[in-house]
Design a protein around this ligand. Structure first.
Ligand SMILES: [Ca+2]
Ligand SMILES: [Ca+2]
Ligand SMILES: [Ca+2]
Length: 410
């Protein structure tokens, strides 16, 4: 099984022009909530899905946990560390499985590749430098801490992510690891699972565990995958899993990618039977593993990277939106959350190439519409204004002070 590839690095010039365009763009209406994160102005994808309206309803509950089943994670990243799930029933580094869940010292999740408690970025042996950073990037798109005057904002600012490693440093993994990780996520209290990975094997055990997740009211969001061919893959001809699994039409949400003008992103797979929705998946900015997360990358690692392309980036936006919904509607079933996300998508068929109409799901994700009207907005907003300074949150640790921002050097 291989995670969704490729991410590609496009010319920085294009990205800069794009950022400038968005920076001078919309004036924010009063009911919108805008975070103070310095790189937020580059997060065109969040504007596209209208998270500012969604954030006027909720910026995410700490009680909602999104399991990110992916490659290794830099959980010490300054924009991630305060949103990492912690297994409070486990004692770190004592060699004992304190909570009796079968995993020794699983304080921050588990590495199912090496069967260890170390969930950090893993070594790449095939020099595919984007694979080792994949988990960090995906986690940040879902749940980078918002409004902390640092880096970017995740779709949910405050919900926590559970790091579960199933892909090695080259981006490869196997189904038993993924099945175990899904079971772990369900048992440890995740209510959303993000799978930014695909494979060609249609496996019954994977189908079964996704159904187990639904039975436990855990929503599974998956990437539709990318093809190395810029044209993307027609999933009707060559299906990938779990996007095209037997669960696809009811239990999980399979996500393809779109660009800034709501056309299918380069590389993004498509197909009526295997895609439920589209979300921005081209030239996104996300957190990148920090220098000390893996020493061999010490000279080449910015803290943020703005050339993330692929359905691996699109799926986390849906997972983050699901986390926001679950923050205000904790009692909703998987079906209710799924229907809400699909029913409130923006139609994009008009701009889709002839022959691909109907192959990008129900439309492009709109988090603002998905959240609108779900909670007593005035009360929620009042508490958000009060916490705007985020004084109650833990301080940025000493080691993370004075971080070097690649983008600010441009
Ligand atoms: Ca344990
Ligand atoms: Ca222990
Ligand atoms: Ca931030």
């Amino acid at each position: 099984m291989r995670h969704s590839y490729p991410w590609s690095v496009f010319s920085s010039q294009f990205t800069l022009i794009l950022g400038l365009f968005l920076f001078v763009g919309p004036v924010h209406a009063a009911e919108r909530v805008v975070p103070n994160d310095p790189l937020y102005y580059r997060q065109w994808a969040l504007r596209q899905i209208d998270t500012e309206t969604a954030w006027s309803v909720t910026t995410g509950s700490r009680d909602v946990i999104v399991a990110i089943i992916d490659g290794g994670f830099d959980i010490r990243h300054p924009d991630l560390w305060s949103n990492v799930w912690v297994n409070e029933k486990e004692i770190a580094d004592d060699g004992i499985d304190n909570d009796g869940n079968g995993y020794v010292d699983d304080i921050f999740g588990w590495n199912f590749v090496n069967n260890t408690s170390w969930v950090g970025p893993m070594d790449a042996f095939q020099q595919q430098d984007d694979a080792w950073s994949h988990g960090t990037i995906v986690a940040s798109l879902v749940a980078a801490r918002g409004n902390n005057a640092e880096g970017i904002a995740g779709v949910t600012w405050n919900s926590r992510f559970m790091p579960l490693v199933v892909l090695d440093g080259d981006g490869f993994g196997n189904i038993p690891s993924i099945v175990s990780a899904i079971r772990y996520a369900v048992k440890q209290g995740a209510s959303v699972i993000n799978l930014s990975l695909t494979g060609f094997e249609n496996d019954q055990t994977l189908d079964d565990v996704i159904r187990e997740a639904e039975a436990a009211n855990v929503l599974v969001v998956v990437a539709a995958g990318n093809d190395s061919d810029q044209a993307g893959r027609d999933l009707a001809e060559l299906p990938v899993y779990p996007a095209c699994s037997a669960n696809a039409s009811s239990t999980l949400i399979a996500v393809t990618g779109t660009d800034v003008i709501d056309q299918r992103a380069p590389y993004a797979d498509f197909g009526a039977a295997c895609t439920d929705i589209a979300a921005p998946g081209h030239e996104l900015i996300g957190a990148h593993p920090t220098k000390n997360a893996r020493s061999s990358h010490a000279t080449t690692t910015p803290f943020y990277i703005d050339t993330i392309t692929g359905t691996s980036a699109a799926a986390p936006l849906v997972s983050g939106t699901a986390a926001l919904i679950r923050s205000v509607k904790p009692d909703w079933t998987v079906r209710q959350v799924r229907d809400r996300i699909l029913d409130t998508a923006d139609p994009i068929e008009a701009g889709v190439a002839f022959g691909q109409v109907g192959t990008l799901g129900r439309g492009r994700l709109n988090a603002g519409r998905a959240l609108s009207g779900l909670a007593g907005q005035s009360e929620v907003r009042k508490s958000q204004v009060a916490s705007r300074g985020m004084q109650s949150l833990p301080e940025v640790p000493r080691w993370a002070k004075g971080v070097w921002h690649f983008l600010e050097q441009l």
